[in-house]
Design a protein around this ligand. Structure first.
Ligand SMILES: [Zn+2]
Length: 320
């Protein structure tokens, strides 16, 4: 602790990852939370930041406001706003310090329902649910807080469901708290930032939706919906391109269609007019050929998946 120097615009400092670990605090500032914040830096943690994206839970970063200290509910954020409390570290910070072990972290790579146990006590259950955010190559970290221990004063609006942070698995980078109820709430809108039952947070850029189903004293249950952005593949296997076909006969147009999740239907068209809609394999459509020679038509087939992605292929045939 040092005497308060003149013309100094900061009140404390510390080494980030302490070898040696040092903390300097100026004497006018005796608040124990300063020491806790600086000790967090010695333990390698960066600040607990926030990201506000106007009306949206998340948006392109250029439409968002980053606040280095904006997660007030972690001692690495701007704790002055939550006087007189010292809250627990947020869950990604606990993971960075290995207080939440890797066994309690689960990654959601498919649509599903997940239980996230609160992070105030140790458990082998899932305490952090990670979901990849592809456009910026980071992860969403979903966690759950309850008013226990140091966190006993945790505000009601932060204990009703999943907290969502952005992070990249590296303690040396700031965690970023996101607001699932943008533009409303005290504490600079973050006093009710967690999900509540029935509420969803949507990432339109990556096709992700987090919907909270329920919460209790132990865990919150969240449905993660990952939009399918992969289109089906489709080929017309018969007739082949530019095949000559007989007049006044039916021709069987056949397609082979596949999808990462599943093909829900194939539509067959002749010259743009729908002739058949087929909902399961085999995908084919009998089409009647013209009565005269030399008529060229376009047969097309379009495969759809449940998410509405589609792929079309076309081929031409001529009567002989
Ligand atoms: Zn600090």
């Amino acid at each position: 602790m040092f005497a308060d120097p003149e013309n100094c615009d900061y009140i404390a400092g510390a080494s980030l990852g302490g070898e040696p670990g040092w903390i300097a605090v100026y004497s006018a500032f005796w608040d124990p939370r300063i020491y806790a914040d600086e000790l967090g830096h010695n333990l390698t943690l960066q600040h607990a930041a926030s990201l506000k994206c106007r009306m949206l839970f998340i948006d392109f970063y250029q439409n968002c406001i980053y606040d280095e200290y904006g997660d007030y509910f972690d001692i690495m954020g701007n704790f002055w706003y939550v006087t007189p409390y010292i809250f627990h570290f947020n869950a990604p910070h606990k993971l960075g310090l290995n207080w939440i072990g890797p066994a309690s972290v689960k990654e959601a790579t498919a649509t599903g329902t997940y239980q996230i146990y609160h992070s105030e006590t140790s458990t082998t259950n899932t305490q952090i649910l990670k979901v990849y955010k592809a456009d910026t190559n980071v992860y969403y970290y979903l966690s759950y807080r309850q008013p226990l221990g140091f966190g006993a004063g945790l505000y009601y609006g932060l204990a009703q469901g999943a907290s969502i942070h952005l992070w990249n698995n590296d303690p040396l980078y700031q965690t970023q708290f996101l607001d699932s109820t943008p533009m409303v709430g005290d504490f600079n809108c973050f006093g009710d930032a967690t999900l509540s039952d029935g509420q969803e947070a949507v990432d339109q850029i990556n096709g992700l939706t987090f919907t909270q189903l329920s919460h209790n004293g132990d865990f919150t249950e969240v449905q993660v919906t990952l939009a399918d952005k992969i289109q089906p593949e489709i080929y017309i296997t018969c007739p082949i391109y530019n095949q000559l076909v007989k007049q006044k006969k039916y021709i069987k147009v056949q397609a082979a269609a596949t999808d990462n999740i599943g093909v829900t239907k194939v539509e067959f068209r002749r010259n743009g007019v729908v002739k058949c809609i087929v909902f399961s394999e085999p995908f084919f459509c009998n089409m009647y050929n013209a009565k005269v020679k030399g008529v060229q038509v376009t047969n097309s087939a379009t495969a759809y998946d449940a998410a509405g992605n589609s792929t079309s292929i076309q081929t031409k045939v001529t009567t002989k």
